[in-house]
Ligand binder design. Structure first.
Ligand code: SF4
Ligand code: SF4
Length: 216
């Protein structure tokens, strides 16, 4: 899933200056799961914006809606009519969602209410962790299912840097050293021979940005 956090309210208020009719649009998929852009957060943010408007003597139209997924046009059809009634959309989807809406409705400004952080997974309550950088050349079969591109702070592909300290990363002692985790899991799986396997430098041509994928 894509993990994103909400921008500060004052940043959003500043972004919305000059717009009188605004649709606050949530996404029912990733950002709903990470509790930053679902129906509930749309309601809370719209209420906060109304309160801010009241304090500053404004009386703007703030509509609320949540689609199942912002990143697919077919889920955006249901807002066709609402879009005609507003002069800006405040998206609580990820950056892909914002761009999908912008491409679908190019005549209207679509503003990001969230900062998109990474692709990850929930680890414990209210904590999400990054797991994949979309490198286009997955080597998880060689690294016991632990991604060194993403989870090693230096993105090293051939073992630890030498700064590992008691299994923690020298760059950020709060984080586990990815290569220690890889070693430990390979050992547990009886596959330590994989640790000696050489990985060529990352092929940045594997995904030339912007990426495009076609089923042949
Ligand atoms: S090796 Fe590449 S594709 Fe595989 S998890 Fe890591 S970043 Fe993602
Ligand atoms: S200590 Fe481990 S995770 Fe940190 S940079 Fe070195 S090899 Fe990577």
């Amino acid at each position: 899933m894509i993990v994103a956090k909400q921008k500060d309210l004052e940043v959003i208020v500043g972004m919305l200056q000059g717009y009188e009719r605004i649709l606050v649009l949530g996404c029912g998929t990733c950002t709903a799961i990470c509790l930053t852009g679902g129906d509930r957060e749309v309601g809370i943010l719209a209420s906060s914006l109304r309160l801010a408007d009241k304090v500053s003597g404004k009386n703007r139209l703030l509509k609320e809606h949540t689609v199942e997924r912002q990143c697919e046009w077919e889920f955006l059809d249901e807002i066709n009519d609402q879009v005609k009634e507003v002069d800006a959309i405040l998206s609580l989807g990820c950056g892909v969602g914002v761009q999908a809406i912008s491409e679908r409705f190019p005549d209207i400004p679509v503003l990001p209410g969230l900062d998109t952080l990474f692709m990850g997974m929930p680890q414990e309550e209210s904590v999400w962790v990054e797991r994949c950088s979309g490198c286009g050349n997955c080597i998880l079969d060689k690294t016991a299912g632990i991604c060194p591109v993403t989870r090693c702070t230096k993105g090293l592909l051939n073992g630890p840097c030498g700064g590992t300290n008691n299994g923690k990363c020298e760059v950020d002692p709060e984080k586990d050293c990815a290569w220690t985790l890889i070693y430990q899991r390979l050992e547990k799986q009886g596959k330590l021979e994989l640790f000696d396997e050489y990985h060529p430098p990352r092929n940045f041509q594997a995904v030339v940005r912007p990426g495009r994928f076609t089923i042949k």
